[in-house]
Design a protein around this ligand. Sequence first.
Ligand SMILES: Nc1ncnc2c1ncn2[C@@H]1O[C@H](COP(=O)(O)OP(=O)(O)OP(=O)(O)O)[C@@H](O)[C@H]1O
Length: 246
Amino acid sequence: MRTLLEMSGVSVSFDGFRAINNLSFQIAEPELRAIIGPNGAGKTTFMDIITGKTRPDSGRVLWGEKSVSLLKMSESQIARAGVGRKFQKPTVFEAQTVRENLALALKNRRGPFDVLLYRKTRRGAARIKEIAEEIGLAAELPRIAGELSHGQKQWLEIGMLLAQDPRLLLVDEPAAGMTPAEREHTTDLLRRAARTRAVVVVEHDMEFVRRLNCKVTVLCEGAVLAEGSLDHVTSNQDVIDVYLGR
Ligand SMILES: Nc1ncnc2c1ncn2[C@@H]1O[C@H](COP(=O)(O)OP(=O)(O)OP(=O)(O)O)[C@@H](O)[C@H]1O
């Protein structure tokens, strides 16, 4: 495992309020990491910094084996370098079928690519089937995406991101609004996806985080409060105090 992303000494203020405070963070490739923390801890801002949406006031964000600075890159350059982001609300093309959604995602794949190659060749069809199997939607390929359940739409969107072959996948609260069975499927899916890439999951649901069975980073007031296994961080007195609001 080698480091894929390294953030050090990153700070950002909004109108004088320090949302991220001298934050340092590293993730390897492959790795699955959960990020937890109370409301306003800076989780969204942390992801915004990685994707280039928010520019920090100070600090470094280095990427890949050549340690290039993400801070010098635009949002689209960062996406092309291999950072994919799944927002909370699914944004699939509702009027298109599951297959068409995945084909569109392959079409927008990062890197030099012939669109028609993927749509029309056996290789393209095989890749769509492979992703559909990975996300558990192989039987739903001909269905209109708008008819899928909330959980299935979330998986489809994850599949669309996987089609773009990200090296780092950022996932924001995937368990929200899901049934227990859907949550279980989602943990399996994320764990599988993290076998070959870095996956960061921001999640409030502790049972979900427990099932991810990975290293956990606790953010609080824009900095890392604790890091380690879920049992390790939840037995940390500072973490207990923060969660109980003391
Ligand atoms: N664009 C902005 N302008 C002003 N303040 C902001 C902005 N973005 C975030 N903040 C503030 O920075 C702090 C961190 O916000 P952030 O959304 O990153 O936290 P979070 O951990 O994602 O919270 P939640 O769990 O509630 O989503 C909050 O106090 C928030 O109000």
